[in-house]
Ligand binder design. Structure first.
Ligand SMILES: [Fe+2]
Length: 487
C-alpha cells in the first residue's frame, strides 16, 4: 500500500503501521519530492495569482502485507509530530470478488468564496462514497477517478483543498487516477498533431501535468517528457488485476496513436488478459469515445479513438469502456461502429461517468434540422442518460459484474447494467424497475452498516449544508456564465 502526504519542510518522515491500533511498530521511511514555480509552464500556475508553495511530497510504500487484513497507520516523525491514526484493508490475494467506485470530473468545494468557480457537488459525491466504503466493512475496495481531478488549473491551493476533501476516503482505500485535460493541456505541450490544435488548448492552467505527476504515483512506469525543465509526465497508462476484474487506464492527453508506447502497451495488455482469472476487463480513459452530448470540439479525437481502439476493444472482448470529460452519466448498448450489437453479442458497453461534481456541460445533441429547438432525441444506442450528479459502483464475482449509477440527490441507485462472465449481458437490465429493485436487494450489504452510519451521514449533511449556506450567503447568485469550450 502506498501512503502519500505533504509536509512543509521535507524533513525525514515515516509511515508507522501495524495490525493493532496500539501496536504500530513497523516503520517505512518516505521518499521526498517537490516542484518549483519554474517547473510550471504557463499562467496562472507560474504567476503570483496561481502559485503557492506546494510543500514537500512524501511517498512511503508498505510491503509484504497479509491478505485481506485491516492495518492501522499514521505518518510523521518523532521530531515533527504524528498524524491521526487511519486504517485500510489490504488487498485480498486470490480474491473472488471486486468492489470499486468509479467517476470522473469531480473537483473540489471551498468553504469560502473565491473568484474561481469550484464544484459544490463534489461534497455529496464524497459523502455517499464514504457511506458505501464504510458499509463494506472489511471488504477491500478502491476509487477510480478518471481525469479532471481537482480542477485546480494552475491555482495551487485548490490541490490542497481537494486532497483535504478526499482524505476521509483516500486514507481508507487506494485512489487511482488517470490524466485529464485539466491536469495537462498547455500551449507548448509536446504532442499536438495538426488535427488536435483546437482540442489540446490551455485547460491545465499552465500546470503541464506536474502536480498530477508528483502528487500521484500510479502502477507502471509510463511517462512522457514535458520538453521543458519540468519533470516528465507520469501516470499515463497502466493496468492491474483487482479480484476478478482486469482494469486498464489510458491517457487521451498524450500520444495514443499506433506506433506509440501507449498503443503498444494497451494492445499487448488486452491480448494478454487471463480471462480464467479475471473474466471481466474494464478500460478507462478521460475523453469519451462515445457521447450524445453536444460536444463538438473533441470530434477529431473521438474519430481517432474509434478508428484505433474500438477494434482492439471488440477483438479482445472488453467488458466496459468508461470515460469522463462529459459531465453526465450515459450508458450505451453493446456497441460497434455506433451500432448496437445483437442480443447477447459480447461487444463493449461504453459508459460516460463524468458526473461527479463539475457542472458546466453542453446539453445533448440537437436535431440536425432544428438546431435551436430544445428537443434532444436520445439515439437508440444511448440506453440511459441523465444530468444528475453521482458516481458508479462496481461489484463483481467470478460469475457476474454489476455496475450501478448512484445519484447524489438521494444516494440511491438509478441505473444498472449486469454482465455475465460468459460475455453476455444479463437480460434483467431490460426492465428498469426490476433491475433497480434487484440492485437494492443485491447490494443489501451496503445497508448492513447503515445504523452505525446514520450519525456520520447526518454530520456530513450538516457540514455540507452549512458550507453551502455560507457560500450562498457570501457569493450571492453570481455564477460565472457557462463556457461550453471549457469542458
Ligand atoms: Fe475534461
Amino acid at each position: 500500500m502506498r501512503v502519500m502526504f505533504i509536509t512543509e519542510d521535507g524533513k525525514e518522515n515515516y509511515v508507522k503501521y501495524g495490525r493493532d491500533e496500539d501496536g504500530m511498530n513497523k516503520v517505512v521511511k518516505t521518499v521526498v519530492s517537490r516542484y518549483e514555480r519554474e517547473d510550471m509552464c504557463d499562467a496562472p500556475a507560474n504567476d503570483t495569482t496561481g502559485w503557492r508553495d506546494p510543500g514537500f511530497i512524501h511517498d512511503g510504500v508498505i510491503k509484504n502485507l497479509k491478505s485481506e487484513k485491516r492495518y492501522y497507520y499514521k505518518v510523521g516523525s518523532d521530531a515533527g509530530g504524528w498524524s491521526a491514526t487511519h486504517s485500510f484493508m489490504s488487498r485480498a490475494k486470490n480474491a473472488e470478488e471486486t468492489n470499486a467506485f468509479l467517476f470522473g470530473d469531480m473537483g473540489t468545494a471551498t468553504p469560502y468564496s473565491t473568484f474561481l468557480r469550484t464544484q459544490d457537488e463534489s461534497v455529496s459525491t464524497m459523502k455517499w462514497v464514504l457511506r458505501d466504503i464504510e458499509a463494506l466493512g472489511d471488504k477491500p475496495s478502491f476509487i477510480s477517478h478518471i481525469g479532471d481531478i481537482s480542477y485546480a488549473r494552475g491555482y495551487s491551493w485548490l490541490w490542497d483543498t481537494f486532497f483535504a476533501q478526499i482524505e476521509p476516503v483516500a486514507s481508507k482505500v487506494p485512489y487511482h487516477v488517470c490524466i485529464g485535460n485539466h491536469e495537462y493541456d498547455w500551449p507548448l505541450q509536446p504532442w499536438k498533431p495538426d488535427w488536435a490544435q483546437s482540442i489540446y488548448n490551455k485547460d491545465g492552467g499552465g500546470e503541464c501535468g506536474v502536480p498530477y505527476s508528483l502528487k500521484f504515483n500510479m502502477p507502471g512506469n509510463s511517462s512522457a517528457p514535458t520538453e521543458t525543465r519540468a519533470p516528465a509526465t507520469r501516470n499515463l497508462f497502466y493496468s492491474f488485476d483487482s479480484g476478478v476484474v482486469h482494469f486498464v487506464y489510458m491517457s487521451t492527453e498524450t500520444n495514443f496513436l499506433p506506433g506509440g508506447d501507449q498503443y503498444n502497451f494497451i494492445k499487448h495488455d488486452l491480448e494478454s488478459v487471463n480471462r480464467k482469472k479475471t473474466p471481466f476487463v474494464v478500460v478507462q480513459g478521460h475523453r469519451p469515445m462515445y457521447t450524445t452530448s453536444n460536444e463538438g470540439r473533441d470530434a477529431p479525437l473521438r474519430s481517432r479513438m474509434l478508428e484505433h481502439y474500438e477494434p482492439l476493444f471488440v477483438k479482445n472482448k472488453v467488458t466496459l469502456a468508461m470515460w469522463g470529460h462529459v459531465h453526465r452519466y450515459e450508458r450505451f448498448c453493446p456497441l460497434k461502429n455506433f451500432t448496437c450489437g445483437k442480443e447477447d453479442e459480447p461487444l463493449p458497453v461504453h459508459v460516460v461517468i463524468g458526473m461527479a461534481g463539475q457542472d458546466w456541460q453542453p446539453i445533448w445533441t440537437p436535431r440536425p434540422n432544428h438546431l435551436t429547438d430544445p428537443i434532444y432525441p436520445q439515439p437508440e444506442r444511448s440506453l440511459f442518460r441523465t444530468g444528475e450528479f453521482g458516481y458508479t459502483r462496481l461489484f463483481a464475482t467470478m460469475e457476474k459484474l454489476t455496475l450501478t449509477f448512484v445519484g447524489n440527490h438521494d444516494g440511491e441507485p438509478h441505473d444498472m447494467v449486469e454482465f455475465l462472465a460468459s460475455g453476455q449481458i444479463s437480460k434483467r437490465v431490460e426492465d428498469a424497475s426490476d433491475k433497480l429493485e434487484v440492485e437494492k436487494g443485491y447490494f443489501s450489504w451496503f445497508m448492513k452498516g447503515m445504523s452505525l452510519l446514520v450519525t456520520g451521514a447526518l454530520m456530513g449533511y450538516a457540514i455540507g449544508s452549512i458550507t453551502h449556506a455560507r457560500k450562498v450567503a457570501t457569493s450571492g447568485a453570481s455564477w460565472a456564465p457557462v463556457k461550453t469550450e471549457d469542458v
